[in-house]
Design a protein around this ligand. Structure first.
Ligand code: ZN
Length: 156
């Protein structure tokens, strides 16, 4: 599944790693870069390195491609509302700006960690990169209680 999204600018995301956030027209990133940076800093070093290897391989193919996107182009109906998604064939990820920025920061950070866990499993060659339960267990092992977060989001 390759996702086609339109972004018209980029802002620094992980400055030390030269990784940028691509932002869709009309979207304000607000505190999203800080949320992402915090989530990233909580990952084990080996997970960060694996994701960076995967992302840098994508940039070698196409230097201007997006790796992390922020958009409002997704469906906004509550029953189909998405917070974030990781492309299962590349490990790129994008987030729904209005949904993410409306969450309590700790909840938004858990969602970012969840998408990074997808990317790590993909980068590691795991056959379970698309398995939500496996991804949640990994995020839990990193200190992020996704089961509780899912219950909280389901009740919103
Ligand atoms: Zn997921």
């Amino acid at each position: 599944m390759t996702i086609h999204l339109h972004f018209n600018r980029r802002v620094p995301l992980l400055r030390d790693e030269d990784i940028w956030l691509h932002v869709a027209p009309g979207v304000t990133e607000a505190h999203f870069p800080q949320l992402f940076e915090f989530a990233w800093s909580e990952l084990p070093e080996d997970a960060r390195q694996a994701i960076l290897r995967q992302w840098r391989a994508l940039l070698r193919e196409k230097p201007d491609r997006w790796l992390v996107g922020l958009t409002d182009q997704l469906d906004q109906r509550p029953e189909t509302r998405e917070y974030g998604m990781c492309e299962q064939d590349t490990g790129r990820m994008f987030f729904q700006a209005s949904a993410m920025l409306g969450l309590d920061p700790p909840v938004a950070i858990c969602i970012i960690v969840h998408e990074l866990a997808h990317a790590f499993l993909l980068a590691s060659g795991s056959p379970d990169a698309g398995n939500e339960e496996v991804v949640d267990r990994l995020a839990h092992s990193w200190g992020f209680p996704m089961a509780g977060i899912r219950r909280k989001l389901a009740g919103m």
